[in-house]
Design a protein around this ligand. Structure first.
Ligand code: F6P
Length: 568
């Protein structure tokens, strides 16, 4: 996708830069008295309500941001994505995660071919396979049903599925369909993660799903070899065929690893790793745990947002407005971070997932054409569910740095609790905080107010809150599989919008490669030093010193240890 303009050279960008001065003269305390402004900053789609009236923005700001979208050819870029153009130009690939949740009759082309039938072929295979495993007609090597699943994968082959799994774990329908089953995720190459994940599992009743787009990722492949050993040492090498399946774009490597290609579930180059939760990457392990019909609802929720994003005019398009507001906060108001604050424990893995989707997508230093950016793109995402975060880092958000916050609330709890005699239900208690925090951030508290409350003068500076801290609120009707799909797609598209405006390639990730290749050099050195006593060489003073200390301090561990697995 050739985009020779640098967005910061355009007039709308310059207008927004100048507009910052107007906004600096306002305070959210005043902006929130303007009912007309606030009313126009509410949006509703498919039962999701967005309130962005607590952004440091006026109606004029929104108009200027919409002009910026025009200058960035946002509509055209979205259209190119949906029509399968190779917008991931550095990898020469389409970006079609929307096809993963398209309806059976949709037509979405990549390289002149409708990809939707292939998508549904894999989904149908997953449905059939997961039903066989779940109903006990697919059994393990000793004839026992496989009730536990360990999904091995890292990054995009882990974080999205973990997010959805965690969100579904307490949903009544999902609980019912997962009864008697366990789903675990093994991601880190740290052997402690192996230990944690196999503890309490019996190889006879465990299915291992190796998830890797490339099937070359060092961590995943070592973990896969480790669990292959765990299975074959307990049940014999032939058990692998019944206890290990794979999800990958590289079916050749799957076969070389020793997994029957008939037990492999494909996906495609046009699915980016961090956008792959709706492919077999997420759908297979999640269907094994919850049944395909639950996961189909998750896909429908995402698809509903895909259609909204594609067709809704920008001024009432949730992902577009969210993306533009993030650009406003990062590139104009100068706030480099964003806090993701779901008031739902079920969404505890949303922030870790969005960290990858956002920071791996938009953490770039050059434009899509390779021109160094004269501004900083990307933002620092972090978060915790409320109310836990309130007792952790909210101090900084209220009185320290300004961090735009996403408050995510849910109308109906997955697990309501009412106690007789309590003032409100437990969920209302949680939601009281969801409603209170944005106003605390926006209004703050003045010295005047404190004086009127007779606060000791020496404490007044400490108890003053400057306010004027931006946030937005998303309110979901409930948190079922469908709503989880909606939420996922809102964030995916919002992040794409940001990348489209900044003019970067949000779909490659070259920045992760250098560290990987340096680790290869260290790995070779560790092997040579341990097996042939070769001295550490070719590294700088610091790394040499650290490596020597590591090798010397572990020299009592023999290099030729027999195969061993964790013992906890
Ligand atoms: O961390 C880099 C990365 O390539 C991610 O983009 C990806 O999600 C992850 O590694 C895992 O890759 P794979 O699915 O190929 O094992």
């Amino acid at each position: 996708m050739a985009s020779s303009i640098i967005i910061s050279d355009t007039q709308p960008w310059k207008d927004l830069k100048a507009h910052v001065e107007d906004i600096k003269k306002t305070h959210l305390r005043d902006l929130l008295t303007d009912d007309k402004r606030c009313q126009s900053m509410f949006l509703e789609f498919d039962d999701i309500l967005l309130d962005y009236s607590r952004q440091q923005a006026t109606l004029e700001t929104i108009q200027k941001l919409l002009k910026l979208a025009e200058a960035a050819s946002l509509k055209d870029k979205i259209n190119r994505m949906y029509s399968g153009e190779h917008i991931n130009s550095t990898e020469n690939r389409s970006v079609l995660h929307v096809a993963l949740r398209a309806s059976r009759d949709a037509v979405i082309q990549s390289d002149g071919k409708n990809v939707v039938p292939e998508v549904w072929k894999v989904l149908d295979n997953i449905q059939e396979f997961s039903e066989r495993v779940r109903n006990g007609s697919w059994v393990g090597a000793t004839g026992k049903a496989l009730k536990d699943v360990v999904a091995i994968g890292i990054g995009g082959s882990f974080l999205g599925p973990l997010f959805v799994h965690t969100a579904l774990q307490t949903d009544p329908e999902a609980i019912e369909s997962a009864r008697g089953r366990q789903l675990r995720f093994l991601a880190n190459v740290d052997p402690i993660d192996v230990a944690r994940n196999i503890t309490g599992l019996n190889p006879e009743t465990t299915l291992v799903v190796v998830v890797s787009k490339t099937f070359t990722t060092a961590e995943t492949m070592l973990n896969a070899r480790t669990l292959r050993e765990w299975i074959s040492s307990a049940l014999g090498p032939s058990a692998v065929a019944k206890h290990m399946v794979a999800v990958s774009t590289n079916l050749k490597l799957v076969e070389q690893f020793g997994i029957d290609p008939n037990n492999a579930f494909a996906f495609w180059d046009w699915v980016g790793g961090r956008y792959s939760v709706c492919s077999a990457v997420g759908v297979l392990p999640l269907s094994l745990q919850y049944g395909f019909s639950v996961i189909e609802k998750f896909l429908s929720g995402a698809s509903s947002i895909d259609q909204h994003f594609y067709s809704q005019p920008f001024e009432s398009n949730i992902p577009v407005l969210l993306g533009l507001l993030s650009i406003w906060n990062v590139s104009f108001l100068g706030y480099p971070a964003r806090a993701i604050l779901p008031y739902s424990q079920a969404l505890e893995k949303l922030a870790p997932h969005i960290q990858q989707v956002s920071m791996e997508s938009n953490g770039k230093g050059v434009s899509i054409d390779g021109v160094p950016l004269p501004f900083e793109a990307g933002e620092i995402d972090f978060g915790e569910p409320g109310t836990n975060g309130q007792h952790s880092f909210y101090q900084l958000i209220h009185q320290g740095r300004v961090i735009p916050c996403d408050f995510i609330g849910v109308v109906k709890s997955q697990q309501p609790v009412f106690l007789k005699g309590e003032v409100v239900s437990n969920h209302d208690e949680l939601m009281s905080n969801y409603f209170a925090q944005p106003d605390a951030l926006a209004y703050g508290k003045t010295a005047d107010q404190l004086q009127k409350e007779n606060v000791s003068p020496h404490l007044i500076p400490h108890k003053t809150f400057s306010g004027n801290r931006p946030s937005l609120s998303l309110l979901l009707p409930s948190l079922n599989a469908y709503n989880i799909g909606q939420l996922l797609a809102i964030y995916e598209h919002r992040i794409a919008v940001e990348g489209f405006i900044w003019g970067i390639n949000s779909f490659d990730q070259w920045g992760v490669e250098l560290g990987k290749s340096l680790a290869t050099q260290v790995r070779k050195q560790l092997n040579a030093s341990r097996t042939k006593q070769e001295p550490v060489q070719g590294f700088n003073f610091s790394t040499t010193t650290m490596l020597n200390r590591y090798l010397q301090a572990s020299s009592d561990i023999p290099a030729d240890l027999p195969t061993s697995l964790p013992k906890i």
